[in-house]
Design a protein around this ligand. Structure first.
Ligand code: FAD
Length: 441
């Protein structure tokens, strides 16, 4: 079939920096570049910000802490302060409430002067002489073009870099299989059933059920029996759950969709259906077999299936598992991570967790954010130049916000000095990030 697309498209917006994608990385990148005085346009496919923290219903922010202090002091901690203001959760600021996450992200972007363009999705990338010259977007009014001096890919999947022709990797140490996708959801427990918790824990009726060993065991047993009976078809080995914003809301990170590619439109669509099929099965099982869930109901479900891993864009530096094990440090280390290697099996049950020794962390050098092949592009999301194992550690949201923050400041430096991102001195960049409040000393 032959299709004729318009040859001339309207130039809709021009900015100094365009950030594509408004998830944790995009928020960090856009706010950081705008605070450096740059004219920034943030383009997002959905109608709100937050990425996986809002549309993916992911919860909580995983700990990336040393001695009780976040290693991501900066835009990440400003964001969690804002989330806590809206959600009312003051004790543990790592608990995420999706609407609060998107409101708080929009606040800090607007305060920084970022121009937001929602409901626009990348269709193709125009390049010339190793530079991006424009992005073709699609929205309700059809196709249009946006242009900038520097572009930051914060799509999580590296869509922009891949469409611009940058080389990338996908998959693990021995195959091209990536981590599974998961449809996150929350259940709301009925007050009547909470009386049951009160009976089990008379000293604290409001105790979070997940900490109650007996109920925890009931949940895991019910799941395994349902799997053995064929009532649940899910490769995950157990039920993974976390407290929600209040003691009646329980978050489930439990479905597991394997052997589907998040960068293939048909397979991504199939993954949505498979993820929700597993959600129904888990819900049915819990309601039937675990007393606390007898009158529970679906509280919320992700707008989009959660994608843990897809493309990793090849850059000027590259980190591998051994660098994690060695707790590698670099003069131009622009983020610090001590979250473990956390690989949900790409092919079935099981999860690898490999921790760093207590008190240790590794750093990611600036060159991992600078892609090969295109001169005016930076990666400000999980799709940086690291292997499958390092990706499984740095991909959690707190360090991804810090990756974005580093990309945003680097874009501003490149513009001020009229140089390419590859020419930005990573050691000077680190010093500037410290001046801007990042705890990298
Ligand atoms: C199921 C699951 C559970 C997880 N659990 C945790 C957890 O408990 N704690 C934790 O800290 N981390 C967790 N993570 C990891 C974390 O959520 C992600 O790695 C992180 O959100 C990545 O941030 P990002 O900005 O790179 O991408 P994303 O959060 O995916 O954001 C990308 C944004 O770009 C937009 N976008 C994408 N493509 C386009 C396009 N072509 N055009 C326009 N816009 C586009 C998207 O709509 C989205 O808003 C989990 C991830 C998954 C999938």
């Amino acid at each position: 079939m032959k299709v004729t697309l318009p040859k001339e498209l309207e130039l809709k917006h021009r900015a100094e920096v365009i950030v594509l994608g408004g998830g944790p990385g995009g928020i960090g990148a856009a706010v950081a570049a705008a605070r450096e005085g740059k004219d920034v346009l943030l383009v997002e496919h959905y109608g709100y910000l937050g990425g996986m923290a809002s549309m993916g219903e992911v919860n909580p922010f995983m700990p990336n802490h040393l001695d009780g202090e976040s290693l991501d002091k900066g835009i990440y901690t400003e964001w969690t302060d804002g989330i806590s203001y809206y959600s009312g959760v003051t004790g543990n600021k790592r608990v995420i409430d999706p609407p609060s996450a998107s409101l708080a992200a929009e606040d800090i972007c607007l305060e920084a002067g970022v121009k937001l363009l929602f409901h626009h999705r990348l269709v193709s990338v125009e390049t010339e002489g190793g530079k991006i010259t424009g992005l073709v977007l699609h929205s309700k009014d059809g196709l249009s073009v946006v242009q900038a001096d520097i572009y930051i890919d914060s799509t999580g999947d590296g869509d922009l870099a891949a469409m611009a022709g940058c080389p990338f990797e996908m998959g693990g140490e021995s195959s091209d299989a990536v981590q599974p996708m998961t449809m996150c959801f929350k259940l709301r427990v009925d007050a009547e059933d909470l009386a049951y918790i009160a009976e089990l824990c008379p000293e604290n009726p409001a105790i979070r059920f997940a900490k109650t060993a007996e109920i925890f065991e009931q949940i895991q047993n019910a799941y395994l029996v349902a799997k053995a009976d064929g009532r649940i078809e899910c490769p995950r080995q157990n039920i993974l759950m976390f407290p929600g914003t209040d003691y009646k809301t329980i978050h489930f990170n439990s479905s597991r969709v394997i052997s589907k590619s998040a960068i293939d439109g048909d397979e991504l669509s199939e993954a949505e259906i498979e993820g929700r099929r597993q959600v129904r099965q888990i819900f049915e099982c819990l309601r039937r077999d675990v007393p606390i869930f007898k009158h529970s109901r679906i509280h919320s479900i992700a707008t989009q299936i959660g994608v843990r891993e897809s493309r990793r864009i090849s850059g000027h530096n590259y980190m591998v598992r051994q660098d994690f094990i060695d707790a590698a440090k670099y003069d131009d280390g622009i983020i610090r991570v001590n979250y473990p290697i956390d690989i949900h099996s790409p092919t079935g049950g099981g999860t690898e967790i490999t921790e760093l020794p207590d008190g240790e962390w590794y750093e990611v050098p600036y060159g991992c954010l600078v892609p090969k092949g295109i001169d005016n592009l930076l990666i400000g999301c999980r799709a940086i130049s690291v292997d499958h194992a390092v990706h499984s550690s740095m991909r959690v949201m707190p360090p991804v916000v810090s990756v974005g923050q580093a990309a945003g400041v680097a874009a501003a430096v490149a513009l001020d000095k009229n140089i390419t991102p590859a020419e930005v001195d990573g050691i000077e960049l680190k010093k500037l990030l410290i001046k801007r409040g990042r705890n990298l000393v």
